[in-house]
Design a protein. Structure first.
Length: 193
């Protein structure tokens, strides 16, 4: 799908004049810097990650808590410790903000639909910034540089944790691709059942 020149001109003129205009990012690709993770994405991520208030080790063995929050030294938490729901929510919002910054840095001036942005935010949240670097994800970076949205979706799959295929990551990648291509946020496991 292509964006009409008129739509681009309206968006560009609005941003240059300082006049903020509501543009529906489900119907037109926009500057990623103007987007926020959608509520649909947040619900899908919570469904994928779960909400765990006790620090545990994820499939890769990393201490994790809340909604897939990788425990940092600055969090002062150890495996087995509990946190409040409020703290889990704060971690989630902070991690989402970081994933958004990673996506904005990654895509630069490539325009995205809301659902494409959401899929990339999920990817950044799930695999981390380092995994999306040009060295570790050269084909994704090349697809973004070429503004090739079809190639981008081909690079959204990450199935391995600590060198082994993790079934949860296989489904997560399928869900991410469905979000990117069709704005379909539903769990593919529920559809397959």
């Amino acid at each position: 799908m292509t964006v009409s020149t008129a739509a681009i001109d309206i968006d560009t003129a609005a941003s240059q004049s300082g006049f903020e205009q509501h543009i529906d990012a489900s119907e037109i690709r926009v500057d990623a810097r103007t987007l926020q993770p959608s509520e649909e994405l947040k619900e899908a991520m919570i469904e994928e990650e779960g909400v765990r208030l006790t620090v545990y080790r994820d499939v890769a063995g990393y201490p994790t808590v809340g909604v897939g929050h990788l425990v940092l030294a600055s969090d002062n938490l150890a495996v087995g410790e509990r946190i409040s729901e409020d703290r889990a929510l704060r971690f989630f919002e902070r991690d989402l903000a970081k994933a958004k910054r990673v996506v904005v840095d990654l895509v630069g001036d490539v325009r995205l639909y809301q659902h494409e942005f959401d899929a990339l935010v999920d990817l950044a949240f799930n695999v981390g910034e380092g995994t999306l670097s040009p060295d570790k994800s050269p084909r994704l970076n090349a697809a973004i540089a070429a503004r090739d949205h079809d190639k981008m979706v081909e690079e959204l799959s990450y199935h391995h944790a600590k060198g082994s295929v993790a079934n949860g990551l296989v489904y997560r990648s399928e869900r991410r691709a469905n979000i990117f291509v069709d704005a379909e946020y539903a769990d593919p496991r529920a559809i397959d059942a």
